[in-house]
Ligand binder design. Structure first.
Ligand code: PHE
Length: 473
Protein backbone atom coordinates (compact mmCIF):
# COMPACT_ATOMS: atom_id res chain seq x y z
CA UNK A 1 0.00 0.00 0.00
CA UNK A 2 0.99 3.60 -0.52
CA UNK A 3 1.65 6.32 2.05
CA UNK A 4 -0.14 6.49 5.42
CA UNK A 5 -3.70 7.75 5.29
CA UNK A 6 -4.11 11.49 5.48
CA UNK A 7 -5.48 12.88 8.76
CA UNK A 8 -6.99 15.98 10.23
CA UNK A 9 -4.45 17.84 12.36
CA UNK A 10 -6.68 18.51 15.37
CA UNK A 11 -10.04 17.76 16.89
CA UNK A 12 -11.14 21.33 16.23
CA UNK A 13 -10.15 20.92 12.60
CA UNK A 14 -12.23 17.77 12.29
CA UNK A 15 -15.27 19.28 14.01
CA UNK A 16 -15.07 22.44 11.90
CA UNK A 17 -14.69 20.44 8.68
CA UNK A 18 -17.67 18.23 9.55
CA UNK A 19 -19.68 21.26 10.65
CA UNK A 20 -18.62 23.00 7.43
CA UNK A 21 -20.14 20.12 5.56
CA UNK A 22 -23.31 20.18 7.60
CA UNK A 23 -23.84 23.94 7.53
CA UNK A 24 -25.07 24.72 4.04
CA UNK A 25 -27.79 26.37 2.02
CA UNK A 26 -30.30 24.17 3.84
CA UNK A 27 -29.47 25.79 7.18
CA UNK A 28 -29.38 29.36 6.04
CA UNK A 29 -32.54 29.44 3.99
CA UNK A 30 -34.40 26.11 3.88
CA UNK A 31 -34.67 25.75 7.64
CA UNK A 32 -35.92 29.26 8.52
CA UNK A 33 -38.62 29.14 5.88
CA UNK A 34 -39.67 25.62 6.87
CA UNK A 35 -39.90 26.69 10.50
CA UNK A 36 -41.86 29.87 9.78
CA UNK A 37 -44.42 28.06 7.68
CA UNK A 38 -44.87 25.04 9.83
CA UNK A 39 -45.56 26.15 13.36
CA UNK A 40 -42.55 28.28 14.43
CA UNK A 41 -41.34 27.17 17.86
CA UNK A 42 -43.27 23.91 17.52
CA UNK A 43 -41.27 23.08 14.39
CA UNK A 44 -38.01 24.08 16.08
CA UNK A 45 -38.72 21.82 18.99
CA UNK A 46 -39.57 18.86 16.78
CA UNK A 47 -36.52 19.48 14.59
CA UNK A 48 -34.19 19.52 17.60
CA UNK A 49 -35.65 16.22 18.81
CA UNK A 50 -35.08 14.67 15.39
CA UNK A 51 -31.50 15.93 15.21
CA UNK A 52 -30.50 14.52 18.57
CA UNK A 53 -32.56 11.36 18.78
CA UNK A 54 -32.61 10.15 15.20
CA UNK A 55 -29.87 11.80 13.18
CA UNK A 56 -27.07 11.92 15.76
CA UNK A 57 -26.89 8.11 16.15
CA UNK A 58 -26.67 7.79 12.35
CA UNK A 59 -23.85 10.33 12.24
CA UNK A 60 -22.00 8.48 14.97
CA UNK A 61 -22.44 5.18 13.13
CA UNK A 62 -21.08 6.67 9.90
CA UNK A 63 -18.03 8.18 11.59
CA UNK A 64 -17.24 4.90 13.38
CA UNK A 65 -17.39 2.87 10.20
CA UNK A 66 -14.92 5.30 8.64
CA UNK A 67 -12.52 5.35 11.53
CA UNK A 68 -12.62 1.61 12.08
CA UNK A 69 -11.77 0.78 8.48
CA UNK A 70 -9.74 3.88 7.58
CA UNK A 71 -11.37 3.63 4.19
CA UNK A 72 -13.71 5.43 1.83
CA UNK A 73 -17.37 4.26 1.94
CA UNK A 74 -16.98 1.58 -0.73
CA UNK A 75 -13.80 0.25 0.86
CA UNK A 76 -15.46 0.32 4.27
CA UNK A 77 -18.52 -1.66 3.18
CA UNK A 78 -16.29 -4.15 1.36
CA UNK A 79 -13.97 -4.63 4.30
CA UNK A 80 -16.54 -4.96 7.07
CA UNK A 81 -18.79 -7.27 5.02
CA UNK A 82 -15.91 -9.45 3.82
CA UNK A 83 -16.60 -8.43 0.27
CA UNK A 84 -20.24 -9.40 0.33
CA UNK A 85 -21.92 -8.65 -3.03
CA UNK A 86 -25.10 -7.20 -1.58
CA UNK A 87 -23.31 -4.84 0.79
CA UNK A 88 -20.95 -3.76 -1.95
CA UNK A 89 -23.99 -2.33 -3.70
CA UNK A 90 -24.61 -0.20 -0.61
CA UNK A 91 -20.96 0.88 -0.86
CA UNK A 92 -21.40 1.88 -4.48
CA UNK A 93 -24.55 3.81 -3.62
CA UNK A 94 -22.64 5.79 -1.07
CA UNK A 95 -20.22 6.93 -3.74
CA UNK A 96 -22.63 7.54 -6.59
CA UNK A 97 -25.07 9.46 -4.38
CA UNK A 98 -22.59 12.11 -3.21
CA UNK A 99 -21.31 12.45 -6.75
CA UNK A 100 -24.79 13.17 -8.09
CA UNK A 101 -25.66 15.47 -5.20
CA UNK A 102 -22.44 17.37 -5.95
CA UNK A 103 -23.81 17.88 -9.45
CA UNK A 104 -26.97 19.69 -8.34
CA UNK A 105 -25.39 21.44 -5.36
CA UNK A 106 -22.69 22.81 -7.64
CA UNK A 107 -25.29 24.36 -9.92
CA UNK A 108 -26.97 26.17 -7.00
CA UNK A 109 -23.59 27.27 -5.62
CA UNK A 110 -22.76 28.72 -9.03
CA UNK A 111 -25.95 30.80 -8.96
CA UNK A 112 -25.09 32.06 -5.48
CA UNK A 113 -21.64 33.01 -6.63
CA UNK A 114 -23.16 34.86 -9.58
CA UNK A 115 -25.43 36.83 -7.22
CA UNK A 116 -22.51 37.56 -4.92
CA UNK A 117 -20.56 39.04 -7.81
CA UNK A 118 -23.68 40.89 -8.99
CA UNK A 119 -24.28 42.49 -5.58
CA UNK A 120 -20.61 43.30 -5.05
CA UNK A 121 -20.26 45.00 -8.43
CA UNK A 122 -23.13 47.41 -7.92
CA UNK A 123 -25.86 45.48 -9.74
CA UNK A 124 -28.23 44.89 -6.86
CA UNK A 125 -31.01 46.68 -8.74
CA UNK A 126 -30.65 44.18 -11.58
CA UNK A 127 -30.73 41.21 -9.19
CA UNK A 128 -33.89 42.54 -7.58
CA UNK A 129 -35.79 42.48 -10.87
CA UNK A 130 -38.07 39.40 -10.65
CA UNK A 131 -37.32 38.50 -14.27
CA UNK A 132 -33.58 38.46 -13.70
CA UNK A 133 -33.21 35.00 -12.19
CA UNK A 134 -34.78 33.23 -15.18
CA UNK A 135 -32.53 34.99 -17.64
CA UNK A 136 -29.45 34.69 -15.44
CA UNK A 137 -29.62 30.91 -15.15
CA UNK A 138 -29.93 30.66 -18.89
CA UNK A 139 -27.12 33.06 -19.70
CA UNK A 140 -23.58 32.40 -20.82
CA UNK A 141 -22.28 33.88 -17.54
CA UNK A 142 -23.21 30.63 -15.83
CA UNK A 143 -20.32 28.88 -17.54
CA UNK A 144 -17.81 31.47 -16.38
CA UNK A 145 -19.04 31.31 -12.78
CA UNK A 146 -19.04 27.53 -12.95
CA UNK A 147 -15.37 27.47 -13.97
CA UNK A 148 -14.51 29.77 -11.08
CA UNK A 149 -16.41 27.75 -8.48
CA UNK A 150 -14.83 24.54 -9.78
CA UNK A 151 -11.48 26.29 -9.52
CA UNK A 152 -12.08 27.05 -5.80
CA UNK A 153 -13.15 23.49 -5.08
CA UNK A 154 -10.13 22.12 -6.95
CA UNK A 155 -7.82 24.50 -5.13
CA UNK A 156 -9.09 23.39 -1.70
CA UNK A 157 -9.19 19.67 -2.43
CA UNK A 158 -5.80 19.45 -4.10
CA UNK A 159 -4.32 20.59 -0.78
CA UNK A 160 -5.48 17.34 0.79
CA UNK A 161 -7.14 16.75 4.15
CA UNK A 162 -5.00 18.91 6.43
CA UNK A 163 -3.74 21.64 4.15
CA UNK A 164 -6.88 21.78 2.03
CA UNK A 165 -10.15 20.75 3.71
CA UNK A 166 -9.14 21.53 7.29
CA UNK A 167 -7.47 24.83 6.47
CA UNK A 168 -10.47 25.99 4.42
CA UNK A 169 -12.87 25.04 7.22
CA UNK A 170 -10.74 26.84 9.80
CA UNK A 171 -10.80 30.01 7.73
CA UNK A 172 -14.28 29.97 6.24
CA UNK A 173 -16.31 28.75 9.23
CA UNK A 174 -15.25 31.43 11.73
CA UNK A 175 -15.78 34.04 9.00
CA UNK A 176 -19.24 32.59 8.43
CA UNK A 177 -20.11 32.78 12.15
CA UNK A 178 -18.99 36.40 12.35
CA UNK A 179 -20.95 37.42 9.26
CA UNK A 180 -24.04 35.61 10.46
CA UNK A 181 -23.99 37.29 13.87
CA UNK A 182 -23.32 40.67 12.25
CA UNK A 183 -26.27 40.20 9.91
CA UNK A 184 -28.58 39.16 12.76
CA UNK A 185 -27.66 42.26 14.78
CA UNK A 186 -28.20 44.49 11.76
CA UNK A 187 -31.53 42.92 10.84
CA UNK A 188 -32.84 43.01 14.40
CA UNK A 189 -32.29 46.77 14.44
CA UNK A 190 -34.66 47.28 11.53
CA UNK A 191 -38.30 48.39 12.00
CA UNK A 192 -40.79 45.59 12.60
CA UNK A 193 -38.04 43.06 13.12
CA UNK A 194 -39.71 41.84 16.29
CA UNK A 195 -42.81 40.77 14.35
CA UNK A 196 -40.60 38.33 12.47
CA UNK A 197 -38.96 37.07 15.64
CA UNK A 198 -42.37 36.44 17.17
CA UNK A 199 -43.60 34.61 14.13
CA UNK A 200 -40.47 32.50 14.12
CA UNK A 201 -40.51 31.56 17.79
CA UNK A 202 -44.09 31.40 19.00
CA UNK A 203 -45.15 27.76 18.73
CA UNK A 204 -48.27 26.80 16.83
CA UNK A 205 -48.74 23.08 17.32
CA UNK A 206 -51.85 23.00 15.13
CA UNK A 207 -49.66 23.32 12.03
CA UNK A 208 -47.82 20.07 12.74
CA UNK A 209 -49.23 17.22 10.68
CA UNK A 210 -47.66 14.06 9.30
CA UNK A 211 -46.42 15.88 6.18
CA UNK A 212 -44.60 18.47 8.32
CA UNK A 213 -43.07 15.74 10.48
CA UNK A 214 -41.84 13.90 7.40
CA UNK A 215 -40.41 17.11 5.93
CA UNK A 216 -38.68 18.13 9.16
CA UNK A 217 -36.97 14.80 9.50
CA UNK A 218 -35.78 14.78 5.89
CA UNK A 219 -34.50 18.32 6.34
CA UNK A 220 -32.59 17.35 9.50
CA UNK A 221 -31.09 14.33 7.77
CA UNK A 222 -29.91 16.36 4.77
CA UNK A 223 -28.72 19.18 6.95
CA UNK A 224 -26.39 16.92 8.90
CA UNK A 225 -24.90 15.58 5.63
CA UNK A 226 -26.01 12.02 6.35
CA UNK A 227 -26.44 9.21 3.86
CA UNK A 228 -23.83 10.74 1.57
CA UNK A 229 -20.73 8.87 2.73
CA UNK A 230 -19.27 12.17 3.96
CA UNK A 231 -19.14 11.27 7.63
CA UNK A 232 -17.66 7.86 6.76
CA UNK A 233 -14.93 9.55 4.72
CA UNK A 234 -14.21 12.26 7.31
CA UNK A 235 -14.30 9.60 10.04
CA UNK A 236 -11.53 7.77 8.23
CA UNK A 237 -9.31 10.85 8.64
CA UNK A 238 -9.35 10.90 12.46
CA UNK A 239 -7.16 8.94 14.80
CA UNK A 240 -8.07 6.29 17.34
CA UNK A 241 -7.84 8.69 20.27
CA UNK A 242 -10.50 11.01 18.89
CA UNK A 243 -13.79 11.18 20.74
CA UNK A 244 -16.45 10.36 18.12
CA UNK A 245 -19.62 10.77 20.22
CA UNK A 246 -18.36 14.08 21.63
CA UNK A 247 -17.33 15.43 18.24
CA UNK A 248 -20.56 14.34 16.58
CA UNK A 249 -22.58 16.09 19.28
CA UNK A 250 -20.63 19.29 18.65
CA UNK A 251 -21.23 19.03 14.91
CA UNK A 252 -24.97 18.47 15.41
CA UNK A 253 -25.14 21.34 17.88
CA UNK A 254 -23.28 23.75 15.59
CA UNK A 255 -25.45 22.81 12.63
CA UNK A 256 -28.66 23.28 14.58
CA UNK A 257 -27.46 26.52 16.15
CA UNK A 258 -26.59 27.98 12.75
CA UNK A 259 -29.99 26.98 11.36
CA UNK A 260 -31.72 28.52 14.35
CA UNK A 261 -29.70 31.76 14.21
CA UNK A 262 -30.24 32.01 10.45
CA UNK A 263 -33.96 32.21 11.23
CA UNK A 264 -33.26 35.30 13.32
CA UNK A 265 -31.75 36.87 10.21
CA UNK A 266 -34.23 35.77 7.54
CA UNK A 267 -37.63 36.22 9.23
CA UNK A 268 -37.10 39.65 10.77
CA UNK A 269 -35.73 40.79 7.40
CA UNK A 270 -38.86 39.57 5.65
CA UNK A 271 -41.19 41.16 8.19
CA UNK A 272 -39.38 44.45 8.23
CA UNK A 273 -39.71 44.60 4.43
CA UNK A 274 -43.36 43.61 4.46
CA UNK A 275 -44.98 43.77 7.93
CA UNK A 276 -48.27 42.26 6.73
CA UNK A 277 -46.81 39.23 5.06
CA UNK A 278 -48.26 35.80 5.79
CA UNK A 279 -45.48 33.22 5.75
CA UNK A 280 -47.72 31.00 3.61
CA UNK A 281 -47.09 33.55 0.87
CA UNK A 282 -43.38 32.82 0.93
CA UNK A 283 -42.05 30.86 -1.97
CA UNK A 284 -42.18 27.09 -1.61
CA UNK A 285 -38.54 26.71 -2.47
CA UNK A 286 -35.36 28.08 -0.99
CA UNK A 287 -34.33 28.95 -4.52
CA UNK A 288 -37.24 31.36 -4.97
CA UNK A 289 -36.47 32.96 -1.66
CA UNK A 290 -32.74 33.45 -2.15
CA UNK A 291 -32.82 34.62 -5.72
CA UNK A 292 -35.97 36.70 -5.98
CA UNK A 293 -37.39 37.61 -2.62
CA UNK A 294 -34.26 38.49 -0.67
CA UNK A 295 -32.62 40.71 -3.33
CA UNK A 296 -35.76 42.83 -3.18
CA UNK A 297 -35.49 43.17 0.56
CA UNK A 298 -31.85 44.21 0.25
CA UNK A 299 -32.68 46.78 -2.41
CA UNK A 300 -35.39 48.25 -0.19
CA UNK A 301 -32.71 49.03 2.38
CA UNK A 302 -31.41 51.79 0.11
CA UNK A 303 -33.97 54.22 1.54
CA UNK A 304 -32.27 54.00 4.92
CA UNK A 305 -28.63 53.19 4.21
CA UNK A 306 -28.22 54.18 0.56
CA UNK A 307 -27.56 52.02 -2.49
CA UNK A 308 -23.98 51.29 -1.56
CA UNK A 309 -24.97 50.29 1.97
CA UNK A 310 -27.72 48.05 0.64
CA UNK A 311 -25.31 46.45 -1.82
CA UNK A 312 -22.82 45.85 0.99
CA UNK A 313 -25.46 44.09 3.11
CA UNK A 314 -26.52 41.95 0.13
CA UNK A 315 -22.89 41.09 -0.61
CA UNK A 316 -22.28 39.98 2.97
CA UNK A 317 -25.38 37.80 2.80
CA UNK A 318 -24.35 36.12 -0.45
CA UNK A 319 -20.77 35.71 0.76
CA UNK A 320 -22.11 34.02 3.87
CA UNK A 321 -24.23 31.60 1.85
CA UNK A 322 -21.36 31.06 -0.56
CA UNK A 323 -18.95 30.09 2.23
CA UNK A 324 -21.54 27.70 3.63
CA UNK A 325 -22.07 26.16 0.20
CA UNK A 326 -18.36 25.83 -0.66
CA UNK A 327 -17.49 23.92 2.53
CA UNK A 328 -20.41 21.56 1.86
CA UNK A 329 -19.41 21.14 -1.77
CA UNK A 330 -15.83 20.32 -0.82
CA UNK A 331 -16.97 17.66 1.67
CA UNK A 332 -19.26 15.95 -0.74
CA UNK A 333 -16.87 15.93 -3.67
CA UNK A 334 -14.14 14.52 -1.45
CA UNK A 335 -16.13 11.25 -1.23
CA UNK A 336 -15.80 10.13 -4.87
CA UNK A 337 -12.29 11.60 -5.05
CA UNK A 338 -11.11 9.67 -1.97
CA UNK A 339 -12.74 6.50 -3.26
CA UNK A 340 -11.08 6.75 -6.63
CA UNK A 341 -7.71 7.47 -5.03
CA UNK A 342 -7.84 4.33 -2.94
CA UNK A 343 -9.53 1.90 -5.32
CA UNK A 344 -7.25 2.76 -8.23
CA UNK A 345 -4.28 3.67 -6.08
CA UNK A 346 -3.77 6.97 -7.89
CA UNK A 347 -2.71 10.40 -6.69
CA UNK A 348 -5.15 13.00 -5.35
CA UNK A 349 -4.53 15.25 -8.35
CA UNK A 350 -5.29 12.51 -10.85
CA UNK A 351 -8.43 11.46 -8.99
CA UNK A 352 -9.56 15.08 -8.85
CA UNK A 353 -9.04 15.44 -12.55
CA UNK A 354 -11.03 12.34 -13.47
CA UNK A 355 -13.90 13.08 -11.07
CA UNK A 356 -13.76 16.75 -12.06
CA UNK A 357 -14.19 16.02 -15.76
CA UNK A 358 -17.17 13.80 -15.08
CA UNK A 359 -18.61 16.44 -12.77
CA UNK A 360 -18.27 19.11 -15.44
CA UNK A 361 -20.16 17.02 -18.00
CA UNK A 362 -23.04 16.18 -15.64
CA UNK A 363 -23.26 19.68 -14.17
CA UNK A 364 -23.45 21.16 -17.63
CA UNK A 365 -26.34 18.81 -18.37
CA UNK A 366 -28.04 20.18 -15.24
CA UNK A 367 -27.17 23.79 -15.93
CA UNK A 368 -28.74 23.71 -19.39
CA UNK A 369 -31.92 22.03 -18.18
CA UNK A 370 -33.75 25.28 -17.39
CA UNK A 371 -34.59 26.07 -21.00
CA UNK A 372 -31.24 26.25 -22.81
CA UNK A 373 -31.44 22.70 -24.18
CA UNK A 374 -34.92 21.25 -24.53
CA UNK A 375 -33.77 17.62 -24.37
CA UNK A 376 -32.57 18.19 -20.79
CA UNK A 377 -35.35 20.63 -19.92
CA UNK A 378 -38.07 18.12 -20.75
CA UNK A 379 -36.05 15.10 -19.84
CA UNK A 380 -38.76 12.68 -18.63
CA UNK A 381 -42.32 12.61 -17.39
CA UNK A 382 -43.51 10.70 -14.36
CA UNK A 383 -46.47 10.89 -11.99
CA UNK A 384 -47.97 13.22 -14.58
CA UNK A 385 -45.23 15.86 -14.25
CA UNK A 386 -42.59 16.95 -16.78
CA UNK A 387 -39.16 16.75 -15.22
CA UNK A 388 -35.89 18.35 -16.25
CA UNK A 389 -32.57 16.57 -15.83
CA UNK A 390 -31.94 18.75 -12.75
CA UNK A 391 -35.31 17.68 -11.24
CA UNK A 392 -34.53 14.01 -11.86
CA UNK A 393 -31.18 14.24 -10.09
CA UNK A 394 -32.90 15.82 -7.06
CA UNK A 395 -35.82 13.36 -7.03
CA UNK A 396 -33.69 10.26 -7.40
CA UNK A 397 -30.59 11.02 -5.38
CA UNK A 398 -31.58 13.63 -2.86
CA UNK A 399 -35.16 12.62 -2.12
CA UNK A 400 -35.02 8.87 -2.62
CA UNK A 401 -31.55 7.39 -2.29
CA UNK A 402 -30.46 9.59 0.63
CA UNK A 403 -32.91 8.04 3.14
CA UNK A 404 -32.19 4.63 1.59
CA UNK A 405 -28.47 5.07 2.30
CA UNK A 406 -29.28 6.09 5.86
CA UNK A 407 -31.40 2.99 6.28
CA UNK A 408 -28.66 0.79 4.85
CA UNK A 409 -25.93 2.13 7.13
CA UNK A 410 -28.12 1.51 10.20
CA UNK A 411 -28.84 -2.06 9.12
CA UNK A 412 -25.22 -2.63 8.15
CA UNK A 413 -23.82 -1.46 11.45
CA UNK A 414 -26.41 -3.33 13.50
CA UNK A 415 -26.68 -6.63 11.71
CA UNK A 416 -23.55 -7.11 9.67
CA UNK A 417 -20.77 -5.29 11.46
CA UNK A 418 -22.59 -5.90 14.77
CA UNK A 419 -23.23 -3.52 17.58
CA UNK A 420 -20.55 -4.76 19.95
CA UNK A 421 -18.00 -3.73 17.32
CA UNK A 422 -19.65 -0.33 16.98
CA UNK A 423 -19.57 0.14 20.74
CA UNK A 424 -15.95 -0.92 20.96
CA UNK A 425 -15.02 1.59 18.26
CA UNK A 426 -16.91 4.37 19.99
CA UNK A 427 -15.43 3.65 23.40
CA UNK A 428 -12.01 4.25 21.86
CA UNK A 429 -11.20 7.85 22.68
CA UNK A 430 -14.42 8.55 24.55
CA UNK A 431 -13.86 7.92 28.23
CA UNK A 432 -17.38 8.39 29.47
CA UNK A 433 -19.15 6.56 26.64
CA UNK A 434 -18.89 3.02 27.95
CA UNK A 435 -22.03 1.99 29.83
CA UNK A 436 -23.48 5.51 29.54
CA UNK A 437 -27.16 6.08 28.92
CA UNK A 438 -26.27 7.50 25.54
CA UNK A 439 -24.45 4.32 24.58
CA UNK A 440 -27.53 2.30 25.48
CA UNK A 441 -29.73 4.65 23.49
CA UNK A 442 -27.54 4.45 20.35
CA UNK A 443 -27.22 0.70 20.73
CA UNK A 444 -30.98 0.17 20.83
CA UNK A 445 -32.17 2.81 18.39
CA UNK A 446 -29.74 2.21 15.53
CA UNK A 447 -31.08 -1.27 14.81
CA UNK A 448 -34.75 -0.70 15.62
CA UNK A 449 -36.86 2.40 15.28
CA UNK A 450 -34.38 4.62 13.39
CA UNK A 451 -34.26 2.29 10.35
CA UNK A 452 -38.05 1.82 10.57
CA UNK A 453 -38.58 5.59 10.43
CA UNK A 454 -36.15 5.98 7.52
CA UNK A 455 -37.95 3.16 5.72
CA UNK A 456 -41.27 4.95 6.14
CA UNK A 457 -39.82 8.16 4.70
CA UNK A 458 -38.48 6.20 1.77
CA UNK A 459 -41.79 4.51 0.98
CA UNK A 460 -43.65 7.78 1.30
CA UNK A 461 -41.26 9.52 -1.08
CA UNK A 462 -41.43 6.75 -3.67
CA UNK A 463 -45.23 6.71 -3.57
CA UNK A 464 -45.57 10.47 -3.95
CA UNK A 465 -42.70 11.23 -6.34
CA UNK A 466 -43.09 8.46 -8.82
CA UNK A 467 -46.70 7.35 -8.51
CA UNK A 468 -48.40 10.54 -7.40
CA UNK A 469 -49.86 8.78 -4.35
CA UNK A 470 -49.77 10.68 -1.08
CA UNK A 471 -49.42 8.29 1.83
CA UNK A 472 -48.35 10.77 4.49
CA UNK A 473 -48.98 14.40 3.84
N1 PHE B 1 -25.81 20.04 4.90
C1 PHE B 1 -25.88 20.77 3.69
C2 PHE B 1 -26.96 21.84 3.73
O1 PHE B 1 -27.64 21.97 4.71
C3 PHE B 1 -26.22 19.85 2.62
C4 PHE B 1 -25.09 19.30 1.90
C5 PHE B 1 -23.97 18.83 2.50
C6 PHE B 1 -25.19 19.27 0.59
C7 PHE B 1 -22.99 18.36 1.79
C8 PHE B 1 -24.18 18.81 -0.15
C9 PHE B 1 -23.09 18.37 0.48
O2 PHE B 1 -27.13 22.56 2.78
Amino acid sequence: MGAAREQFGSRLGFVLAAAGSAVGIGNLVGFPVGAAKNGGGAFLFMYAIFVFFICLPVMIAEMSVGRNTLKDPLGAYTKLSNNNRGWNIAGWLSIITPFMITVFYLVITVWIFGYLIGAATGNLDVLADPAHFGSFINSFDIFIYMSLVLGFVYFILQGGVKQGIEKAAKTLMPALFVMLIGMVIFVLMQDNAMAGVKYYLIPDFSKIDSGVVNGALSQAFFSLSLGMGIMITYGSYIDKRADIPGSAKLVALTDTAVAFIAGLMILPAIFSFNPDIKPEELSESSVGLIFTFLPNIFLALQTSIGYIGASAVASVFFLLVFFAAITSLVSIFEVPVASLMSTKNISRKKALLVCGLLLIVLSLMCAVSFGMVSFFTEFVNYAGVNKSFFDVVIDVFYDTILPLNGLLICLFVSYRWKKHNLNKELENGSVGYKSSLFEKYVDISIGTFIPVILFMILINTIASKYFGVILIG
